[in-house]
Design a protein around this ligand. Structure first.
Ligand code: ZN
Length: 292
């Protein structure tokens, strides 16, 4: 599932490619891909000839603001990702024009929704597992959408002073708390493992036992890991690809996530272990990640 660095990369790339263009029309493989009142027909009528004004994100959600009172609200969910390129419709499916990862990488093949743009290019949602969706939302209610309104702060925007204030009264296992979008938004399985590896904290540590210096380390490494991951265009360990269909690079720099059985990169004699916390896997080094 894409996390903050993957979604941020998508948004930065989309800003360069689609802002200022206009939508011509929309296609969907089946009505369900557009969970929209009035279905694809209504969506088509509303987006037709509308200029794309802005692309932004909140947590893992992408918002494409178009002329008029509406925005497109994109849920990528587990395997969905947006692509920008050129396709032609042949024998009942969209085929990439030209070679490269858009054509060769199976993760880019499952095109569910396609927007024709006025420059001859297309914006598509590719989604193997079909949980992703694009819905229209009125600009005025975006902040009030149930997916958004109770989210915690953005980890790359919050100050240390405000980050500290999140902890008093908070209880639970550190890994679960970091992945709780109502505590802090946009951090999932990959980046929680990596942040804790750098901070030297065990994923089962209880947040109520953290000392001031632990919280300071957590903040520092949360920002460092996420900034680096954005620089590397995210992790493509799973389904995520950049909008040009290429893999991100962060998976080549991971120290904990999916490293079970490998020696710890700190060369402290530790072997990366895995345990289940609340149905999710945590990967950590039993030597330098201490339980609190
Ligand atoms: Zn270690």
């Amino acid at each position: 599932m894409p996390e903050l660095p993957e979604v941020e990369t998508t948004v930065r790339d989309l800003k360069k490619k689609i802002v200022g263009l206009r939508f011509k029309d929309v296609w969907a493989d089946r009505p369900k891909s557009v969970r929209q009142a009035g279905g694809i027909k209504n969506l088509n009528q509303i987006v037709k000839n509308k200029k794309i004004l802005k692309v932004w994100r909140r947590a893992k959600f992408i918002v494409i603001d178009i002329e008029g009172p509406n925005s497109l609200f994109v849920h990528q969910k587990i395997s969905g990702h947006l692509l920008y390129g050129r396709w032609k419709f042949e024998k009942g499916r969209w085929l990439s024009i030209g070679n490269g990862p858009m054509k060769s990488d199976p993760k880019n093949q499952h095109i569910r929704i396609l927007f024709n743009l006025n420059n001859g290019f297309q914006l598509v949602l590719a989604d193997l597992r079909r949980f992703g969706k694009i819905v229209l939302a009125n600009d005025d209610i975006i902040d009030k959408l149930p997916e958004i309104k109770n989210l915690g702060p953005e980890p790359l925007e919050i100050s240390y002073a405000d980050f500290k204030k999140l902890f008093p009264g908070k209880k639970g296992r550190l890994k679960q708390v970091l992945m709780d979008p109502y505590f802090i938004a946009g951090i999932g399985n990959i980046y929680s493992d990596e942040i804790l590896w750098f901070a030297g904290l065990h994923p089962m540590s209880r947040v109520e036992n953290l000392e001031k210096e632990n919280i300071k380390k957590l903040y520092k490494h949360m920002q460092k890991v996420l900034v680096k991951a954005v620089e590397l265009k995210g992790s493509s360990m799973d389904d995520y690809r950049t909008i040009s269909g290429r893999k991100g690079n962060f998976q080549n720099y991971q120290h904990a996530y999916h490293k079970t059985g490998e020696p710890c990169d700190k060369k402290d004699g530790g072997i990366i272990a895995r345990l289940k916390i609340g149905g999710r896997s945590a990967h950590f080094c039993p030597i330098h990640q201490k339980i609190k």
